[in-house]
Design a protein around this ligand. Structure first.
Ligand SMILES: [Zn+2]
Length: 477
């Protein structure tokens, strides 16, 4: 179910186009036409290759590779994404991508964490129950405190959902034994809260926490209907009709009243859109919905951690693909542009939520990389990558697209020539799905997109050079 919405939806179309053939696991993987491999076959191939890949990477006997995703290029080159376990425990930050030639030879790898995953001990001092109550207490201590202007403060905490799970924490610093606990609550604007905490298995100290409910960062009122009259698939229960459409991922309309926000939830792989202020300004603009759905694509591919620079890249990926969805749909009532949420009147004065040509126009986002950009809220550190994408697609300086005026600066003042949206989109998608990992930062994103451009257009191509120039334009060198 999880994969159907995000990855399946993206890859099944190409599988259909390629006329997927049936290949049984371990049998015919020297298939003459790699592009004919269906999604299930690609994943089966990744699973079959896991032991050999682990050996080639020199992983220890305690480490096992668990398939997360697989991409097989037209020439047979394979990119297998794995999570790792250590002593049977999930390793947070253990994800990696193995790049194999068509004959199975490992060419290179991208790892979220380099070095050994071995923790000092595999015996926790705290029980799972003690860990869960300490994690709940840590969240309870934040009730009523607004972390920043864009996330409503917690109003209540209902407690840990399920048991604390023993894991290895390798995302930051020396690997150590830890517990992963989900603590649920509600925020002041009605947004549910589901915070994922990683705590030290001996002391209970919080090593990491992040909100699993990924909002559009929307506050304010808006304007509704963008596509005019549409036909609806409904569900008849025998006595009444529900606004529930089983043919489109089971989407349904309920009474979530006077709610001025939208969010993506990784745990159900679902989205929620508020009806807006006074129940009359729904947050359903296409770039906002494309943004939320793209969180599902990121979650099933690079899995970019939702904090620090990787969190900014996660948010930017959603802004980039949300914008591309808007251009693709090309609706008369939603003129495609590089503005995010320009029709939902989020700020109450008609201004958009975010600007890609010069992100600082929102008053908070970063135009350029700096060593402290990762300390910003992920909706603002995303500015660097949004700006990169605009420069790569459209180039620097003044430009009018679909009647909307832009003026995109560069850090060093040097002009950047764009390669167009289609190529920029291909480069970002390949970087996300083939090269980025959970810990990728801006420097890593530069490398990942250069690798993607090299694969697609050749090293030293105009596209490759434009990627380099656009990153330099946002001070990522
Ligand atoms: Zn988001």
């Amino acid at each position: 179910m999880k994969r159907k919405l995000a990855v399946g939806a993206v890859l099944s179309a190409s599988a259909l186009l390629a006329g997927a053939i049936q290949v049984s696991a371990g049998l015919a993987y020297a298939a003459p036409n790699p592009t004919a491999l269906g999604r299930a076959d690609q994943l089966a191939l990744a699973a079959a290759q896991a032991p050999a890949a682990a050996k080639a990477l020199g992983l220890g006997a305690q480490e096992k590779l668990v398939v997360k995703d697989a991409v097989v290029d037209a020439d047979g080159t394979r990119h297998f994404r794995y999570e790792r376990t250590y002593g049977g425990l999930p390793v947070l930050g253990g994800d990696l991508v193995v790049h194999q030639a068509a004959n199975g030879k490992v060419k290179s790898s991208d790892k979220a964490a380099s070095g050994s995953l071995a923790p000092a001990s595999l015996s926790p001092k705290l029980s799972a129950g003690q860990a869960a109550s300490k994690a709940t207490g840590a969240v309870q201590a934040t009730v009523g405190i607004s972390k920043d202007a864009d996330e409503a403060a917690l109003t209540s905490v209902s407690g840990a959902s399920g048991d604390a799970q023993l894991v290895i924490w390798a995302a930051d610093g020396a690997p150590r034994l830890a517990y992963r606990t989900t603590v649920e609550g509600v925020r002041a604007d009605g947004t549910p809260s589901r915070q994922l905490l990683v705590t030290d298995a001996d002391s209970g100290a919080v090593l990491s926490s992040h909100e699993e409910i990924q909002t559009s960062n929307a506050t304010g009122s808006g304007n509704g209907v963008f596509v005019g009259s549409v036909s609806l698939t409904t569900n008849y229960t025998g006595s009444a009709y529900q606004l529930k459409d089983a043919t489109r991922g089971g989407q349904y309309t309920t009474t979530g009243s006077n709610y001025v926000n939208a969010f993506w939830d990784d745990s159900c792989f679902c989205m929620t859109y508020g009806d807006g202020a006074s129940n009359t300004h729904p947050l359903t603009e296409l770039d906002v919905s494309g943004h939320e759905m793209s969180h599902g694509v990121t979650s099933n591919t690079a899995g970019l951690n939702y904090s620090g620079e990787s969190g900014g890249l996660n948010e930017a990926t959603s802004d980039i693909f949300g914008t591309l969805v808007e251009f693709y749909a090309n609706l008369p009532k939603d003129n495609p542009d590089y503005l995010i949420g320009e029709l939902i009147n989020i700020n109450g004065n008609g201004t958009p939520l975010r600007y890609m040509d010069k992100p600082s126009k929102d008053g908070a986002s970063a135009d350029y990389w700096s060593s402290t950009v990762g300390n910003k809220d992920v909706h603002y550190s995303s500015g660097v990558a949004n700006h990169f994408f605009y420069l790569l697609a459209e180039g620097s300086g003044a430009k009018t697209v679909n009647g909307v005026s832009y003026n995109s600066p560069t850090y060093n003042g040097a002009a950047v020539t764009g390669v167009g949206r289609a190529k920029a989109a291909q480069i970002w998608y390949r970087a996300l799905t083939v090269y980025m990992t959970s810990s990728t930062n801006y420097k890593g994103a530069r490398t990942a997109t250069l690798n993607a451009a090299k694969d697609l257009y050749g090293s030293g191509s105009a596209e490759y050079n434009a990627v380099a120039a656009a990153w330099t334009g946002v001070n990522v060198n």
